[in-house]
Design a protein around this ligand. Structure first.
Ligand code: BTN
Length: 261
């Protein structure tokens, strides 16, 4: 039996249980790939696929996403938006939902790195707590978005290119996994509903509250150029603003790597 029981999750979701249709698998290739196939077959908005193991988990920028079943949460959420909804800044809004939910669970030090990494601020420095992979498609009904989320409950063991963290490092005891998933889904529904009306603008101040490097010197590594400057946060559409000294540069693409200088 999978580590998530949809019946227990339903009780944890309370009055929001009707917003979600949850399936829990022992294993699949990638929850996002499988959910995308189900979306093509007409799965409704609010469908959630959670899996203990992924054989081909995908991260941003073509990277592989590895996760340990008992030490992490790995799931994808299908959300449909009307064709008129501007979706710029959606991945940042998702980050706000995750950070708010994690903070409300009693985890100290959660913060966000543009465009959509969830970090934990610890004495030892920042560590990556989780990541978001957003994939969009459109058809005559509007936009179909697959929001893939990987979150470490325990700190991953092994060699990683960048420091990693687990929820356990920010709280006295890791909350039970159904409680964590329910808190994330509830907050996602609220933020995504608000996003449909106000776009990223309505989430901007919260994103800045959680921003790990607000006002700090940063380096943006793109494929063709590198920008150094002070990070001013985000614009109303979610683009990153860097004050280079001579100019304020807008970074639009999420396909860059951001480092604290
Ligand atoms: C990142 O690179 O930081 C984003 C990682 C997103 C990983 C999640 S795990 C659940 C979903 N299924 C996938 O294959 N990827 C996302």
């Amino acid at each position: 039996m999978a580590l998530i029981d949809p019946v227990i999750l339903k009780t944890r979701l309370g009055d929001m249980a009707g917003r979600f249709d949850v399936d829990a698998l022992d294993a699949c290739d990638s929850t996002s790939s499988e959910l995308s196939r189900r979306a093509e077959r007409g799965a409704p908005s609010g469908t959630v696929l959670v899996a203990d193991r992924q054989s081909a988990g995908r991260g941003r920028r073509g990277r592989v996403w590895l996760s340990e079943p008992a030490a992490s949460l790995t799931f994808s959420l299908l959300w449909r938006f009307p064709a008129t909804t501007p979706l710029s800044g959606l991945s940042l809004a998702v980050g706000v939902a995750l950070a708010q939910a994690i903070e409300a669970l009693g985890v100290a030090g959660v913060c966000l790195k543009w465009p959509n990494d969830v970090l934990l601020r610890r004495e030892a420095g920042f560590g990556k707590l989780g990541g978001v992979l957003i994939e969009m498609a459109s058809d005559r009904r509007g936009f179909q978005v697959i929001i893939g989320i990987g979150l470490n409950l325990l700190r991953p063991v092994g060699d990683f290119p960048d420091p990693v963290a687990g929820l356990e490092e920010g709280c006295p005891a890791v909350p039970e996994r159904h409680a964590v998933l329910a808190a994330l889904l509830r907050e996602l529904a609220m933020v995504l509903d608000a996003f449909t009306v106000d776009g990223y603008f309505g989430q901007k101040s919260q994103w800045h509250r959680f921003h790990a490097w607000q006002g700090d010197p940063v380096r943006v590594l793109g494929d063709e150029r590198e920008i150094e400057g002070r990070c001013l946060g985000t614009d109303d559409d979610g683009s990153l603003l860097i004050n280079t000294g001579d100019d304020v540069v807008r970074v639009l693409s999420g396909d860059v790597s951001l480092r604290r200088a």
